[in-house]
Design a binder for this molecule. Structure first.
Ligand code: ZN
Length: 654
C-alpha cells in the first residue's frame, strides 16, 4: 500500500462559467490524483467554488437573483463541466457550506493573537478582490487587469503578516519542493525579501461573507475565506480525525497569478494557527487561445473547451498535458491540436489498437493464449524503461515528459508489427504469429494503463477491447505492469469502434454544428467593418421586416463589458483607433474600431464599453481585431454603448 496523497485546486469564483484556463488546472490536478491512485496511494482530491466574492454578488444582482440561489445554480454549471471533462474529485466544497463556515470561524479564533483592529486605506482591485500596495501597481493600475483600483477607506481587522516573513523565508529555504516550479519560488522569495506588510483580512459594509467571530459587523475577506477551504474541506474545525488523516496537503495546484496568496498569506496563517504547512504549492502557467479558427471551411471561432464535445474529453486532456511544459504557459491553437490528434492519437495509438485487434480477429478468431513467458525483449524491456520514466516524471509534475516517453512504446509496437509482418506469419508460422500479437497486445495494455491518468475514458475503452478492466489502488505500478500480469491463460479480444476516429474538415464542421445546436453555422456571418465605418456597422438591409432572430441565436452572442486599457490612432488612417481591452478573467484583447472622428484615443482609456466577445477575429488594415464594440450610429455621429453603472470588465450583457 502506498502513502496518502491530498491534492487540491484553486476554488473558482462563480460569476462566470469555467473557461479553458480553469479547465486546464482541474484536468492537471485530476491527472496527478489519478496517477497517485494508480501507484496505490490513498488519494483525496478536493475541488470547489469560491462563493463569497463581490463579483458573485454583482453577477447575482445582474440576474435579479438571490446570491445563494445564484451560487446553487452555478454549482450545477461547474459540476456539469467537470463531469464532462472526466474530472473525478472526492469532494466539491462550497464556501457557503456550514462545514466551511464553522472551520473558518475556528481558524480565526486560532489566529486571534495575530489579529488587530486598524484603519485601512489603500488600493483595491474589485476584479481581483485584492489590495495592492502602491509599488505593485503598474502606472497606477492593477497589474493583472490594467484597471484603476478603487481607493478604500475602512475600519477593519489586520493580520500580522509581517511577523512571519523570516520564518517563511527559512521554510522556503529548507524545503525546495515547497514552491514549484523554481521560477515561482524565486518570485516569492524576492517578494518576501522586499518586505511584507500586515494585511487587512476583513471587509466592512457587506453581509455577503462569513462574519468575523470577534466582531460580527465585519465579514472575513474573501481570499482568506477561500484559502481556508483547503483545511475545512477535510474536516478542520468539525472533524479532527479526518483532518489529521489528510493534512498537510501534498499539493496545492494553482495558477501562477495567485501565488502571493498561496505562498505567502496562506502559510503565514497556518504558522500563526500552529498548523503544519502544505508540502508543495505548484503554480502552473496559463493557456492562451487567440481565437484561431478550427479550419478554413468553418468560419467561426470555436472555443477550445468544445474539443471535449467533438474529439472527446480524453483527447482534450491529452493535448493539454502533452503540449508545452507543465509550469509554463501553453498556447492552444486548433492547428496544433489537430496535428497532435491526427498523428499521436488517431495514427499512432488509435491505429495500433485497431490493426492489432483486427489481426487477432482475422488470423486467430479473436482468441489467443497468455504467452508472456515466451516474449522476447523487443517490447518487454522498453516497457519497463517507459514505466520507470513515467513514474519519475509524473511525480515531478511533468506529464508532458511522461506522455512523450509512453508514446515511444506506442511507436515501437507499430514498428514491431512492420518488422514481424503478422500477415506473412499467418501463412507461415502460426506459433510466432500468436507470440507477436500477444506481445503487441501486452504493449497496448501497458500504454493504456500508463496513459489512464491523462485519458481515463479512452484508456478504459481500449482495455475493454482487450477484455480487461482497470481498478487502480491496492497494487504498485510495478505489480500492475508486470509483463503479462493481468491476463488469464486464455485471452479473448473484440475489435471495437475506433478509439480515436479520423475526421476531415467537413466531418468536424458537421460535428461542431451538432454540438452548438446547428444555428451557428447557418446564421449569416457578420463581417468586421471596413475602414471608415464603425466596426459594428452591419448591413441593415439584412435585418428586413419579418426576419426575426430566435432567442437561441441571441444567446449565442457573447456580449460583455470590456474596459479600455490602451488606445491609439492607427497610423495613416483618419478614423481607426486601435485599443487593448480587458474582458475580465485575464482575457485582454486587441481591437480596432472606426471611431476616431468622434473620440480622442486618450479619452477612451478607462471607459467601460460593450463588446461582442465571440465574433471571429478580423484584420482591419493588417491589424487583428479580436472583438467588436457596440455603438449607436446616427449619420456621421457615433455614440459608444456604455453601462449606466460601474461594473467590472467581463460582466455579461444580456
Ligand atoms: Zn485586478
Amino acid at each position: 500500500m502506498g502513502s496518502k496523497y491530498y491534492i487540491t485546486t484553486a476554488i473558482d469564483y462563480v460569476n462566470s462559467a469555467p473557461h479553458i484556463g480553469t479547465a486546464y488546472e482541474k484536468i492537471s490536478a485530476d491527472v496527478f490524483a489519478r496517477f497517485h491512485r494508480l501507484i496505490g496511494d490513498e488519494v483525496f482530491f478536493l475541488m470547489g467554488n469560491d462563493e463569497h466574492s463581490l463579483n458573485v454578488l454583482r453577477a447575482a444582482a445582474a440576474k435579479g437573483m438571490d446570491p445563494q440561489a445564484y451560487t446553487d445554480e452555478m454549482e450545477g454549471v461547474f459540476r456539469g463541466i467537470w463531469d464532462k471533462l472526466e474530472i473525478e474529485f472526492d469532494r466539491f466544497i462550497r464556501t457557503t457550506e456550514p462545514d466551511h463556515v464553522r472551520g473558518l470561524s475556528t481558524l480565526f479564533r486560532a489566529l486571534e493573537d495575530d489579529i488587530y483592529q486598524g484603519h485601512y486605506e489603500g488600493h483595491y482591485c474589485e476584479s481581483c478582490e485584492a489590495f495592492y500596495q502602491e509599488k505593485d501597481l503598474v502606472d497606477g493600475c492593477c497589474p493583472t487587469h490594467g484597471t484603476k483600483p478603487a481607493w478604500i477607506k475602512e475600519e477593519n481587522y489586520f493580520f500580522r503578516l509581517s511577523k512571519y516573513a523570516d520564518r517563511l523565508l527559512a521554510h522556503i529555504e529548507e524545503h525546495p519542493d515547497f514552491i514549484r516550479p523554481e521560477s515561482r519560488r524565486n518570485e516569492i522569495v524576492q517578494l518576501i525579501k522586499g518586505g511584507l506588510e500586515d494585511i487587512s483580512i476583513t471587509r466592512a459594509g457587506t453581509d455577503w461573507g462569513v462574519p468575523l467571530p470577534m466582531d460580527e459587523s465585519q465579514v472575513i475577506y474573501v481570499w482568506v475565506d477561500a484559502l481556508t477551504n483547503y483545511a475545512t474541506g477535510i474536516g478542520y474545525g468539525y472533524d479532527d480525525e479526518r483532518f489529521a488523516k489528510w493534512w498537510p496537503a501534498d499539493a496545492h495546484i494553482i495558477g501562477k497569478d495567485i501565488t502571493r496568496f498561496h505562498c505567502v498569506i496562506w502559510p503565514s496563517m497556518l504558522m500563526a494557527a500552529g498548523i503544519e504547512l502544505p508540502k508543495t504549492i505548484y503554480g502552473h502557467g496559463f493557456v492562451y487561445f487567440k481565437g484561431q479558427k478550427l479550419s478554413k471551411s468553418r468560419g467561426v471561432t470555436v472555443d477550445p473547451l468544445e474539443a471535449a464535445d467533438v474529439f472527446g474529453p480524453s483527447a482534450l486532456r491529452y493535448f493539454l498535458m502533452r503540449e508545452g511544459t507543465y509550469g509554463r504557459d501553453v498556447d492552444f491553437t486548433w492547428e496544433q491540436f489537430r496535428s497532435r490528434y491526427d498523428s499521436e492519437l488517431a495514427n499512432d495509438l488509435g491505429n495500433l489498437v485497431s490493426r492489432t485487434t483486427a489481426m487477432v480477429g482475422k488470423f486467430l478468431g479473436g482468441e489467443l493464449r497468455n504467452l508472456s513467458s515466451g516474449s522476447g525483449d523487443a517490447l518487454r524491456s522498453l516497457s519497463a524503461d517507459v514505466r520507470a520514466t513515467v513514474e519519475t516524471e509524473m511525480l515531478a509534475y511533468a506529464p508532458q515528459a511522461a506522455l512523450a516517453k509512453t508514446w515511444e512504446l506506442v511507436r515501437r509496437a507499430n514498428s514491431f508489427i512492420e518488422e514481424e509482418k503478422p500477415w506473412v506469419l499467418a501463412k507461415e508460422d502460426r506459433g510466432r504469429l500468436e507470440q507477436v500479437l500477444f506481445d503487441v497486445l501486452e504493449a497496448i495494455r501497458q500504454v493504456a494503463v500508463l496513459a489512464w491518468p491523462v485519458m481515463p475514458g479512452k484508456s478504459e475503452a481500449i482495455l475493454r477491447e482487450l477484455g480487461l478492466t482497470l481498478e487502480p489502488g491496492g497494487a504498485t505500478l510495478d505489480e500492475l505492469l508486470a509483463w503479462g500480469s493481468e491476463w488469464g491463460d486464455a485471452i479473448s479480444v473484440a475489435k471495437g469502434e475506433p478509439v480515436f476516429p479520423k475526421y476531415t474538415d467537413e466531418d468536424l464542421a458537421a460535428k461542431f454544428d451538432i454540438v452548438s445546436g446547428a444555428t451557428t453555422a447557418t446564421a449569416p456571418r457578420t463581417e468586421a467593418a471596413p475602414e471608415g465605418a464603425p466596426a459594428d456597422d452591419t448591413d441593415s438591409t439584412d435585418k428586413g421586416a419579418g426576419k426575426m432572430m430566435t432567442f437561441q441565436q441571441f444567446q449565442e452572442l457573447d456580449l460583455k463589458l470590456a474596459k479600455i486599457i490602451e488606445a491609439g490612432k492607427v497610423e495613416g488612417t483618419s478614423k481607426l483607433i486601435k485599443m487593448r481591452v480587458d474582458l475580465g478573467g485575464n482575457d485582454v484583447r486587441q481591437m480596432v474600431a472606426g471611431i476616431a472622428e468622434d473620440y480622442a484615443a486618450d479619452d477612451l482609456v478607462g471607459k467601460t464599453i460593450v463588446v461582442v466577445a465571440n465574433l471571429e477575429p478580423a484584420k482591419i488594415r493588417g491589424i487583428e481585431s479580436q472583438a467588436m464594440l457596440l455603438a449607436a450610429v446616427d449619420g456621421g455621429s457615433i455614440a459608444l454603448v456604455v453601462p449606466e453603472k460601474d461594473l467590472p470588465p467581463g460582466t455579461g450583457v444580456s
